[in-house]
Ligand binder design. Structure first.
Ligand code: NOJ
Length: 564
């Protein structure tokens, strides 16, 4: 569809990336084609019809670049080479060709806040203070034989590591194998722009940008301020030159292509959001904001229960805080979060299917480009971890060392927290069928254990069952594609304080949709607010014949979309 220069009745410029639905692939866990227990590019190519079948338009491929895998590919050793375990450049080209042949697009992961410590730039940089690459990274002398400041890494411990070769410290906001690049250096920026062009010229359709707000740092490297609340991302995301860099990147690269950009905006507040995504500023198209996926975290990110009014308040706050010049995303899970149905639904056998369908209905009818994480279309659930040895994630392993091995947290408390929050829940292999290891690999040893529930929850079952979660996604995706109001329409939460029911409208001109979601297993009699009527039922997750009514009888986890 040519959407150039068209504006909607409520002032949005139409863009393909606003109308698109994105499907995220974590290659390591998607499909293994060569029996080494690790997913690969050929595996993805072999399942493109499955992805296309859902009706999605864009694939976001998590990092597929050469990497020693300290952080599963988010530590890049060579930006122009494919990770050996994932295949070759020819496999990448074949994948991209298959994506385009099916009328889809593909965006790549741009990880340029840091590289691997095995990247040739860092190998050189650490050699001596006068090495030409020294200034590609952030080196500082120690203070009184200690770290230059009190910053901590997201993967536990100080964010500085002393390097023996020169006795200076380098900054790493993530693991010590992920040194931060020095964006103050114009040479670094031009290397980044070049590698972006390399992939865009190959035909990639844009980027998801990893922790992009962290690229600019206060050069004085002050300690945390006195009113520091224990959430370092809000300090790291507030560097002074972020917007200069993004505008330069836009000028040098992005403006020359018709691409989608989405920034992972950890540490960005609602107030700062338009600075990144207001189209008149020429920075990014949209960002991932973390309020929803961090809704159930309290002090020091410890798990706490969440409530529906709190969830609704986030969506309303964003809707009110962004005008028609800005665009947003909606996501409930990704490779850094627990499974959507375990997090926001009810993954017990009686309600898993219904609640996963309800979440799909919400994801696809809120305002913002929806991102589906692989396996959520099957209602894949969290993994029943019980021992530290079962985890792979560096974040978990480092936290275990820092918290449990120092006796600050008991092993039971640690595992209980990880059962709710670990990133590994969403990284277990895709469940394709009921054969050993869910058909993910022919190896008897997948890199991470397959969830034991794969015999019931798998793609083969989902494709054969017209009432499956996969087929529900498909229906709501088709509905969204037919209804501009579900993409661009104004959003109104009809009942913000209701603790069980989430009801909202999406309105564009005379086209109005009403969405009603029962976020509980209880049956709820729900009188619609005055002036709102449920008209024709467009989609539901439970058979229902209530139409043209103002009182709804909702079953547990029932979701309906009406023409209002
Ligand atoms: C965010 C990525 O999504 C996560 O997986 C990674 O560990 C960090 N950034 C560091 O790259």
């Amino acid at each position: 569809m040519n959407t150039r220069n068209e504006t909607t009745a409520n002032g949005y410029t139409r863009k393909w990336w606003k109308e698109a639905i994105v499907y995220q692939i974590y290659p390591r866990s998607f499909k293994d084609s060569n029996g080494d227990g690790i997913g690969d590019l050929k595996g993805i190519t072999s399942e493109l019809d499955y992805i296309k079948g859902l009706g999605v338009d864009v694939i976001w491929l998590s990092p597929h670049f050469d990497s020693p895998n300290a952080d599963n590919g988010y530590d890049i050793r060579d930006y122009r080479k494919v990770m050996t375990e994932f295949g070759t450049m020819a496999d990448f080209d074949e994948l991209l060709k298959g994506v385009k042949q099916r009328g889809m697009k593909m965006i790549l992961d741009l990880v340029v806040n840091h590289t691997s410590d095995e990247h040739v730039w860092f190998v050189e940089s650490r050699k001596s203070k006068d090495n030409p690459y020294r200034d590609y990274y952030i080196w500082r002398p120690g203070k009184d034989n200690k770290e230059p400041n009190d910053w901590i890494s997201f993967f536990s411990g100080s964010a500085w590591k002393r390097d023996d070769a020169t006795g200076e410290y380098y900054l790493h906001l993530f693991s010590e194998k992920q040194p931060d690049l020095n964006w103050e250096n114009p040479g670094v920026r031009s290397e980044v722009y070049d590698l972006m062009k390399f992939w865009l010229d190959k035909g990639a359709d844009g980027f998801r940008m990893d922790v992009i707000p962290f690229i600019s740092k206060h050069q004085g490297f002050p300690n945390y301020p006195d009113d520091y609340d224990g959430r370092p991302e809000f300090i790291y995301a507030a560097g002074p030159k972020l917007h200069d860099y993004l505008q330069e990147m836009n000028r040098e690269v992005l403006s020359k292509y018709d691409v989608m950009t989405v920034g992972e905006a950890f540490g960005v507040t609602l107030e700062q959001t338009p600075l990144l995504v207001d189209e008149r500023r020429h920075e990014l198209n949209m960002i991932f904001h973390f309020d929803v996926v961090r809704l159930d975290r309290g002090e020091a990110w410890r798990w706490k229960p969440w409530t529906l009014p709190d969830l609704k308040a986030i969506y309303s706050r964003f809707d009110k805080g962004l005008d028609a010049h800005s665009w947003h995303t909606v996501f409930l899970s990704n490779h850094d979060n627990p499974r959507a149905v375990s997090h926001f639904g009810d993954d017990s056998p009686g309600y898993r299917v219904q609640s996963a369908k309800l979440l799909a209905t919400m994801l696809l009818t809120l305002k913002g480009t929806p991102f589906i994480y692989q396996g959520d279309e099957l209602g894949m659930t969290n993994f029943p971890f019980s021992r530290i040895e079962e985890f792979d994630d560096i974040e978990v392993k480092n936290a275990w060392k820092a918290e449990v091995l120092t006796n600050q947290v008991s092993p039971d408390e640690f595992i209980a927290h990880m059962l709710k929050t670990s990133r590994d829940h969403s990284r277990t292999p895709m469940q394709w069928n009921d054969s050993p290891n869910a058909g993910f690999t022919s190896s008897s040893k997948p890199w991470l254990a397959v969830n034991p529930n794969y015999k019931e929850i798998n793609a083969k079952q989902a494709l054969a069952d017209p009432d499956s979660i996969y087929n529900h996604f498909k229906k709501v995706i088709a509905l969204r594609k037919d209804a501009p109001a579900l993409v661009y329409g104004d959003y109104k939460d009809l009942d913000p304080a209701n603790p069980l029911v989430f009801s909202y409208t999406r309105t564009l001109g005379t086209d109005k949709h009403l969405i009603v979601l029962n976020f509980s297993k209880d049956e709820v009699t729900y009188p619609l607010p005055r002036g709102v009527k449920a008209g024709q039922l467009m989609v539901s997750n439970i058979e229902c014949n209530e139409e043209d009514v103002s009182l709804l009888n909702l079953k547990g986890w029932e979701a309906r979309v009406y023409k209002a």
